[in-house]
Write a protein that binds this ligand. Sequence first.
Ligand code: F6R
Length: 245
Amino acid sequence: MALNVIVAKDYQELSQKVADLMIERIRQNPEIKLGLATGSTPVGMYRNLIEDHKKNGTSYKNVTSFNLDEYVGLPETHLQSYRYFMNDTLFDHIDINKENTYVPRGDVDDFEKECVDYENLIEKHDGIDLQVLGIGTNGHIGFNEPGTSFDSKTHTVELKPSTREDNARFFASIDEVPTRAITMGIDTIMKSKEILLVISGENKKEAVEKLLSGEVSEDFPASVLNNHPNVTVFVDEAAYPSANK
Ligand code: F6R
């Protein structure tokens, strides 16, 4: 089944289109279970969700959210932890009950238990209705790096040098970028009922090309989305291979 692709003029239009669809889904189902991503790409979309919440009163009181991943070793108070990012970028500005926002813990002693608990928690909530994803330049989704089994559940991973380099911009130096992360697995992600993959910028062009070629391989994790029945890919022209040709 071909992926549904929506091409936006630029980052601003991209962020608005994704936010509009999310708002529609939240209004249709006020108890929706959202799967959320961090990174640069969804920041504009989160900004639009906040603006809509303030202007139009879309409520998150009964919404539950599960984030994709967290760095191993960073406590929730660390400025670069994904929990901190989510509070700062979205949760602190809407009426969501923080107790219903879940991010894997990066500062536990027993990661095996944390992974099983996180997977069970999602199942206990009857799974994710709407999952937002970004994509790494190497095709990762969540922190599922190339080579990750499509059967994987929530697990810890060793980050690839390319991923640490991509993310070094958020840290004082590359040495400070954690080497491991805890992430939902590919199977966890694929169980979501609907998926929105958001992609922006020239440096993602090659990844978009690979994704849209339709070839499915564990060497390029995002390619698994070609097997999901309900994915919309939102891409801006800068990242879209056949735009501006
Ligand atoms: C973040 C995540 C990652 C990012 C990806 C793209 O929670 O799971 O897969 O979505 O690394 O990051 P940006 O948007 O910063 O290019």
